[in-house]
Design a protein around this ligand. Structure first.
Ligand code: AHR
Length: 633
C-alpha cells in the first residue's frame, strides 16, 4: 500500500481522543478503584438493599447485631453494628477480649506500609481498642496498634489511627480486626459505624484511589473521563438515581446508593473524588447529569422536570463555579477552591433504550431540549451532549451533540470504519468495546470472557476511524473499564483485578488503547490510498513536531503481511521514525487471563529511516496494530 500524506488540509483534533467511562459495575468502584479495604463499612440501607452484616464476623464469641438507634451516627447512616460480649466469653477464663473482623473485598493486601484507619463508637468504654491486620487462614498477626478509647455513653466519637504491619502477608487472604476488653464496657455493649481502613492511596489523596489500579489507568494515557455512568447515573427507578449531592462531604454524611449492578454502593467514590482523579490524570471531563429517566422506564413528566434541570445546573456550578458562587463555595470548603474545567455535560444515559425510536418523541421531545437550553443559557461554552446518537433516529437539536455506544463483534467495528465520514453532528463515542465473537450472534450470545486479541484489533480499526473524523468526534471511551474478578456483572473490561495487586491485569485491549493514546495528534492530515485490509490515519503533533501514522491490519488476503510505503510531504530522506507494532498469537481469541499472568500481546519497536525518496518502508502483519512517529525515534 502506497500512502502519501499532505502537509496541510486536515483537521485540528480534540486533543482528548482516548479515555474511559467509570461507573460502579463489577465492584470497580467499591472494592476496586476506591481504595477502601473494609467491605460494608457503614451498614448502608437503600430501597433495594436492606442493611446486612455481610463481611463482618465475631471475634471470641462476640454477638454482632444491626441496630437502628435513637441516636444514629447521622441522618445518612441510621444503622450501626452493636457488639456485645457473648456468654461463652463472659464466663470463660480464656479472654475478655471481644470484637469483630472484616474480610474485605474478598481479601486485603497487607504490606509493610502505613494504613490509615478510623471508626466511630457509641457507648462507655474505659480501655483501649486493638486494630490489627491478620491472616484469615492462620490468624497470624502482621501488625497491630492500640487505640485509646475516647468513647462516650451518649455521643458518637470518631477514633483514628495508623497501622504499619511489620511484615508482608504471604497472600491477600487477610482480615482487619478490632477488639476491645469487655470488662471495661459499662453498658454491656458498644455500637460501631463507618469502620474504615485505607492503604496508601494514589498521589496520597485522602479517601483516594487504589495505587496499582490508578497506575494501570494512568499508564493508558487517558485524556477523556466520562462519569458517573452508564446505568449507574440513571438508577433503578426515579426514586434512586445517582444523586451527586449524596456523594460529597464527610463519609458519615454519605447515605450510599442503591447500586444498579446488584450491590449496595457506599458513595465513597463520590463526585469530588472523581473530579480530583480527572485532575490528577489530566483528563477532560464528560459529566453525566440525571435527566429524569431511570432504568425501569420511569420518566419525569415535562411539568415536573424543572427541579432536575436546576439540580444539573447546581452540579455544574459545584464543579466549575467560582469559589464565591453558592455551590462553588461548597467545593471550596471541601478543599478545592479552584474550579474544575468543564467543557462537556451529557444529559442522561442511553435514553434510546427506553423504547427507541418512539422514545425520541414520547420521552425526548421535551427533555433534552429543556436541558440543552437551560445549560447553554447559563454556560454558553459548555457542549451539551444528548445520550443518544444520530444513529438512534434522533434529529439532534442544535447545538447539541450526540453519544454513540457500540458494543459489538470485531467484524462490526471494522465495518463501521467509515461510519462517521459524512456525519455533520458532533458525537461522543461514550462507550465502546469488542464484546461478541464474530459470527453474528451478538446479544443473543454471551459476552466473551475477556478482551481478546482479534477484538482489540477491531477496536483499533474503529478508533482509527474516529480519529480520522476527530473534528466531529469528541473522543472515545472504553466501557466498562475495570472488573473485580470476585464479583462482576460484565466480563469484558480493559483491566481485571482482585485484592492482590499482583493479579491486576492489562487486557489485550489495554495495549492497543495505550499505544494509540501515547501518540496524540494535534492535526490529522489528508492521505491518498484506499483502506482495507490496512486501516490508517495520518497526522502530526505540533507539540512534539512529529509526524504520526496509526494503522491496523484486519483480515488481509491469506493472512499475508501488508507492505507499506509511507511518505509525508515535507519529511525528507534520512528521517528516522520509531515504529511500534503490536501483534498477537495465531489464535485471535487469545486473551490475557489474570489467573495466569500471561501477556499474549507482543510489542516490537524498531527505527525506520525514510529512503532517498523520503519514503518509510515496512511490512505490517495481519491482525496487527502499529504506530509510526517521527518524534519518538
Ligand atoms: O458499560 C456497561 C453498560 O452498558 C452501561 O452502564 C450502559 O450505559 C450500557 O448499556
Amino acid at each position: 500500500v502506497e500512502i502519501s500524506v499532505s502537509s496541510e488540509g486536515g483537521n485540528a483534533t480534540s486533543g482528548h481522543q482516548y479515555g474511559f467511562l467509570h461507573e460502579d459495575i463489577n465492584n470497580s468502584g467499591d472494592g476496586g478503584l476506591y481504595a477502601e479495604l473494609v467491605r460494608n463499612r457503614a451498614f448502608q440501607v437503600s430501597e433495594t438493599f436492606p442493611p446486612t452484616l455481610e463481611a463482618w464476623y465475631p471475634v471470641n464469641g462476640a454477638q454482632l447485631s444491626l441496630k437502628n438507634l435513637s441516636t444514629p451516627l447521622s441522618e445518612a447512616l441510621p444503622t450501626s453494628m452493636n457488639v456485645a460480649a457473648g456468654n461463652s466469653t463472659r464466663y470463660s477464663n480464656s479472654t475478655t477480649k471481644v470484637g469483630f473482623f472484616n474480610d474485605g473485598y474478598w481479601g486485603m493486601d497487607v504490606k509493610v506500609q502505613t494504613y490509615s484507619g478510623s471508626f466511630w463508637v457509641l457507648g462507655e468504654y474505659d480501655g483501649s481498642f486493638t486494630a490489627s491486620l491478620q491472616s484469615n487462614i492462620t490468624g497470624e498477626v502482621f501488625g497491630s496498634v492500640k487505640v485509646e478509647s475516647q468513647s462516650q455513653p451518649d455521643e458518637w466519637i470518631e477514633h483514628t489511627f495508623e497501622l504499619t504491619p511489620f511484615k508482608d502477608a504471604p497472600s491477600s487472604n487477610n482480615t482487619f480486626v478490632i477488639t476491645f476488653d469487655s470488662v471495661g464496657v459499662s453498658s454491656g455493649s458498644l455500637d460501631f459505624n463507618v469502620i474504615s481502613l485505607f492503604p496508601p492511596t494514589y498521589k496520597g489523596r485522602k479517601n483516594g484511589m487504589r495505587i496499582d489500579i490508578a497506575e494501570a489507568l494512568e499508564e493508558l494515557h487517558p485524556t477523556l473521563f466520562r462519569i458517573p455512568g452508564g446505568n449507574m447515573l440513571e438508577g433503578l427507578a426515579n426514586t434512586s438515581w445517582w444523586d451527586w449531592k449524596n456523594s460529597i462531604g464527610p463519609l458519615k454524611d454519605r447515605p450510599g446508593f442503591s447500586g444498579v449492578w446488584e450491590y449496595q454502593q457506599t458513595n465513597g467514590l463520590g463526585l469530588m473524588e472523581y473530579l480530583q482523579f480527572a485532575e490528577d490524570l489530566g483528563m477532560e471531563l464528560v459529566v453525566g447529569v440525571y435527566d429524569g429517566l431511570s432504568l425501569n422506564g420511569d420518566v419525569t413528566p415535562q411539568d415536573e422536570l424543572q427541579p432536575f434541570i436546576d439540580d444539573a445546573l447546581n452540579e455544574i456550578e459545584f464543579i466549575s463555579g467560582s469559589a464565591d458562587s453558592t455551590w462553588g463555595s461548597v467545593r471550596a470548603e471541601l478543599g478545592h477552591p479552584e474550579p474544575f474545567p468543564l467543557k462537556y455535560v451529557e444529559v442522561g444515559n442511553e435514553d434510546w433504550l427506553a423504547g427507541a425510536p418512539e422514545s425520541w418523541t414520547t420521552f425526548k421531545a421535551y427533555r433534552f431540549p429543556m436541558f440543552l437550553e437551560a445549560i447553554n443559557e447559563a454556560y454558553p461554552d459548555i457542549q451539551v451532549i444528548s445520550s443518544g446518537s444520530y444513529y438512534d433516529g434522533y434529529d439532534m437539536p442544535e447545538p447539541g451533540a450526540g453519544d454513540y455506544h457500540v458494543y459489538a463483534e470485531p467484524d462490526t467495528l471494522v465495518s463501521e470504519f467509515n461510519k462517521f465520514d459524512n456525519i455533520t453532528t458532533l458525537h461522543l463515542i461514550g462507550e465502546m468495546a469488542a464484546v461478541h465473537p464474530n459470527g453474528g450472534i451478538g446479544w443473543d450470545g454471551l459476552l466473551m470472557p475477556f478482551p481478546w486479541w482479534g477484538g482489540a484489533v477491531g477496536e483499533a480499526v474503529s478508533l482509527i476511524g474516529y480519529e480520522r473524523n476527530t473534528d466531529r468526534i469528541i473522543g472515545a471511551a472504553y466501557a466498562p473499564i475495570i472488573r473485580n474478578m470476585n464479583r462482576w456483572q460484565w466480563s469484558i473490561t480493559m483491566i481485571q483485578f482482585a485484592a492482590d495487586p499482583a493479579l491486576t491485569t492489562r487486557s489485550t485491549s489495554w495495549y492497543v488503547w495505550e499505544l494509540m493514546a501515547a501518540h496524540i495528534m494535534t492535526d490529522t492530515l489528508p492521505a491518498t490510498s484506499d483502506f482495507d485490509p490496512l486501516f490508517y490515519v495520518a497526522g502530526k503533533s505540533d507539540k512534539t513536531g512529529g509526524h504520526i501514522f496509526k494503522a491496523a491490519v484486519y483480515n488481509s488476503t491469506d493472512g499475508a503481511d501488508v507492505p507499506v510505503k509511507l511518505a509525508f510531504e515535507g519529511v525528507g530522506p534520512g528521517t528516522a521514525a520509531e515504529l511500534t507494532v503490536l501483534t498477537g498469537p495465531e489464535n485471535p481469541y487469545s486473551v490475557n487471563d489474570p489467573f495466569t499472568g500471561v501477556n499474549v500481546v507482543e510489542t516490537t519497536k524498531s527505527t525506520v529511516t525514510s529512503n532517498e525518496q523520503g519514503v518509510f518502508e515496512f511490512d505490517l502483519p495481519n491482525l496487527s496494530v502499529a504506530v509510526l512517529d517521527t518524534s519518538s525515534a
